[in-house]
Ligand binder design. Structure first.
Ligand code: ZN
Length: 168
């Protein structure tokens, strides 16, 4: 190993702990969960949003103005404001609920529920656990998935606007 190479290596090695610390910090901050009690969310949210997000209610089809939302932007969780879907992944499913074929990376997690007796795949915001909707296998390509979302569980932020600060 010549001198220049070994110096470069030493420099890289000394910078490593700082880089790793920065990565850990970013990951921890991004994943920082919003942990409010149900009664705290109930006090913060309009009742229809609370009932969907934290009691897994389903809004009436066709009731959400977000069905007709066609602008470029981001759909964030109505409880904690975590960005969940990009408008480029939204499509008209004809179901009466805002539908998407792909969530943002790491934004939602799934769980099987039996509320309607037949098993369905429920999905929720990974940050606050708020229920968003159900995912089905009859969506368009490239994923073939249909994320059927309650509009009341989302907030739309047009591309030109600043995303809201995550709600603790
Ligand atoms: Zn959330």
């Amino acid at each position: 190993m010549n001198r220049r190479l070994s110096l470069k290596w030493l420099f890289a090695a000394s910078a490593l702990p700082a880089t790793m610390a920065a990565m850990a910090w970013t990951r921890e901050t991004a994943a920082q969960p919003a942990r409010r009690s149900k009664s705290e969310w109930a006090a913060l949210l309009p009742l229809p949003a609370y009932r969907v997000l934290f009691e897994e209610a389903t809004e009436h089809p066709g009731s959400s103005p977000l069905n007709r939302e066609k602008r470029d932007g981001t759909f964030v969780c109505a409880a904690c404001y975590l960005p969940l879907f990009d408008s480029s992944k939204k499509y008209e499913s004809g179901t009466g609920w805002p539908s998407f074929w792909q969530p943002l990376p790491g934004a939602v997690a799934t769980r099987t529920d039996f509320i309607m007796i037949v098993p369905r795949t429920e999905y929720h915001c990974t940050r606050c656990g708020g229920h968003q909707g159900h995912v089905f296998d009859d969506g368009p390509q490239p994923t073939g998935k249909r994320y059927c979302n309650n509009g009341v569980a989302l907030k739309f932020v047009p591309r030109a606007d600043k995303l809201p600060e995550l709600r603790a």
